[in-house]
Ligand binder design. Structure first.
Ligand code: SF4
Ligand code: MSK
Length: 636
């Protein structure tokens, strides 16, 4: 009885039916998962939840309470919460931007006919010009290398602010200048936060929030934007493509390789290697029908939007994927990788292969990947996976039943292009953007909401994402999504035009049918939230408005990572009201809450809104956009 009760409690932590089935299998197989560990964490640390625990020096940890209202150094709750929040933003900005740095280096390694090539020469030329590099008369690879150098300078240049800010409307740039949050070099903003939050440095909540915003702006309007742009130039701008999602994409007769993490530099090479005839032949030699690649987390998004490679699952399904017993290799690079995968893999034949010096994990098989020897490294890794097929134990295999179809891969060009009934358009003038603007202005589509981000064990996996997305599209709000929110939508049929009539309101459903888009649009991975900034800037520029004037909102219903906090902060900083379904650890400071959920609006035109009730959060989003509409219509 007690056993059943435990299983039920774990299964209630997700609404995904495949996950429920695999949680049961994990129990039978004696494998511990996040869901089991969560049961042991019934009461989480109240100080941590409120953000009032400080261990920024060796005299601590200090925890603020009624009895101890100050740390040993005298820091109060506002200082401690502010420092912790700023450090979360710096952690998130560092992760996204270091990802972008690797992509930038990779652009510098491109050669004609090499492992990495320039897939989008026109986009490169356009971006070069934007970054102040004259493409005239230059060989495309010479240009790529020059752009790589110029972008690398954005990480450490001694003077000036991010060049990418110029993409935003002038009025928005003026707001940033006035509040003083134009980010300088990316690394500088991160270092400044780490310095200022050291013991005995900044102890003023307004100043701490200010530096958190400036640092996050370096993420959105520099690091992530460079990462997205250069990924498109290297690997191709995503175009709408069909895929499937959820753990049933694993193929029982094939060698199953799951790619998990974030950077396309590795995963693109694995795709290339696994398609080689020698690898296909090897798979047959070991008794498999072929090789199935699938993705988890943002690597899944990067691969699906450029190749239609199937999405195995989201952040909360990484352990469960191995528990199917059908995975020959889980290959990871950086970010969002559970260290627990090493232990889970010991129960099955799965090889858990780490590849990055930045994310080595005890118990994994470490096969370091180098961009300089990319294809060779990828072949070695794929071979290792194929040769592991013979170790699969059929008695341990259970691939769950469900998967869903989806259309994914809508870059800025595709969204605007679809609305014009052309694919891969150049977004260059008001005419191109007019159909998008018209459906917004007429109210056929009430607004656009970016519902993005992770899974969080503080809410049932996928529940908040799906509740909010469904409520929004039912009421004619177009949803764009990235990261694990995108996986949730793909797994549940929300990325199919054919389902628009079932889930969307009349206005949105009509637009979906007319222009062939799904009601929830796949924009890519975490770094691709910069695409949202880009689209908002294009529309605002075309209308001569500020981003804050547009009927748009951001939402992270199940956020969990520091990256998500940095994203939320730069989205607010960009003038977009941002709604969170999980309270960040700031409630220990009334001043921090008051600023972030209130007075920051006076500075940047938007603020955070938090509601842990998903239905109510959806209503809050719609009320906020409706309140913006008269002003938008008037300006229009
Ligand atoms: Fe305590 Fe101050 Fe040290 Fe933080 S910095 S651990 S509050 S003494
Ligand atoms: S992977 S940051 S859980 S979206 Fe980008 Fe998913 Fe969040 Fe990681």
């Amino acid at each position: 009885m007690e056993k059943n009760n435990i299983l039920e409690q774990m299964q209630n932590m997700t609404i995904d039916l495949n996950s429920k089935a695999l949680i049961e299998k994990a129990e039978k197989d004696g494998v511990e998962t996040m869901y089991k560990r969560k049961l042991g964490y019934k009461v989480q640390c109240g100080f941590g939840l409120q953000g009032v625990c400080c261990r920024n020096c060796g005299m601590g940890p200090c925890r603020i309470s009624a009895k101890t209202p100050r740390g040993l150094c005298g820091a109060d709750e506002h200082t401690i919460v502010g420092r912790n929040y700023a450090r979360m933003c710096a952690g998130g900005a560092a992760a996204h931007s270091d990802h972008a740095r690797d992509i930038t280096h990779t652009l510098g390694l491109t050669t004609p006919g090499g492992a990495y090539q320039v897939a989008e020469p026109e986009k490169l030329k356009e971006f070069a010009q934007f970054m102040g590099v004259d493409p005239e008369g230059k060989d495309i690879y010479e240009l790529a290398h020059e752009v790589s150098e110029v972008c690398l300078m954005e990480f450490g240049k001694p003077h000036g602010v991010s060049k990418l800010l110029a993409r935003a409307p002038k009025v928005r740039q003026d707001i940033w200048k006035e509040y003083g949050i134009e980010p300088r070099a990316i690394d500088r903003e991160i270092a400044t936060v780490m310095h200022s939050t050291h013991i005995g440095c900044c102890a003023d909540i307004d100043a701490l929030v200010h530096m958190a915003f400036r640092c996050s702006m370096a993420d959105g309007w520099a690091g992530s934007m460079i990462g997205t742009m250069l990924s498109d130039i290297l690997f191709g701008t995503p175009k709408p493509v069909h895929t499937e999602a959820n753990l049933n994409v694993l193929d029982g007769n094939n060698v199953n390789i799951i790619l998990h993490g974030h950077e396309p530099t590795l995963s693109e090479m694995i795709v290339l290697a696994s398609e080689l005839p020698e690898m296909q032949d090897l798979a047959k030699e070991v008794g498999a029908d072929g090789i199935t690649l699938s993705g988890i987390c943002c690597t899944g998004n990067e691969l699906t939007m450029r190749h239609g490679i199937k999405i195995a699952g989201d952040f909360h399904q990484q352990e469960l994927a191995i528990i199917t017993g059908a995975v020959e290799a889980m290959i990871v690079d950086v970010q969002c990788i559970f260290p627990a995968l090493a232990e889970v893999a010991t129960h099955y034949h799965t090889k858990f292969i780490t590849t990055s010096p930045k994310a080595q994990i005890t118990g994994s098989t470490y096969m370091e990947f180098h961009e300089e020897t990319a294809l060779e490294d990828a072949k070695t890794i794929v071979r290792e996976a194929i040769l592991n097929f013979k170790n699969r134990d059929a008695s341990k295999v259970m691939v769950p039943e469900l998967k869903s179809e989806a259309m994914v891969g809508y870059a800025e060009e595709a969204i605007v292009g679809q609305l014009n009934n052309v694919v891969n358009t150049q977004i260059d003038d008001m005419n191109t953007l007019k159909p998008l603007i018209d459906v917004l202005a007429s109210g056929v589509i009430r607004g656009v909401v970016g519902v993005v981000g992770c899974n969080n064990a503080r809410t049932p996996s996928n529940y908040n994402h799906l509740t909010i997305m469904k409520e929004l599209i039912k009421n004619d709000y177009l949803v764009v999504t990235t990261g694990c929110g995108a996986s949730a939508a793909a797994k549940n049929g929300l990325m199919l035009k054919e389902n628009a009539a079932k889930y969307a309101g009349k206005g949105l459903a009509t637009v979906c049918q007319l222009v062939d888009i799904p009601p929830v649009i796949h924009l890519g991975s975490c770094v691709d939230n910069s695409r949202i900034l880009n689209i908002c800037s294009l529309v605002a520029n075309a209308l001569d408005m500020d981003i804050a004037d547009l009927p748009v909102a951001g939402c992270a219903p199940e956020w969990m990572s520091e990256k998500a906090i940095a994203i939320g902060t730069y989205v607010v900083g960009s003038g977009i009201e941002t709604f969170l379904g999980v309270m960040p650890p700031v409630t220990g400071s009334s001043r921090a809450v008051e600023i972030l959920c209130g007075s920051i609006k006076d500075k940047v035109g938007a603020c955070f809104h938090v509601n842990e009730d998903a239905e109510a959060l959806a209503q809050d989003i719609m009320a906020c956009i409706e309140a913006k509409r008269p002003h938008f219509e008037e300006l229009y």
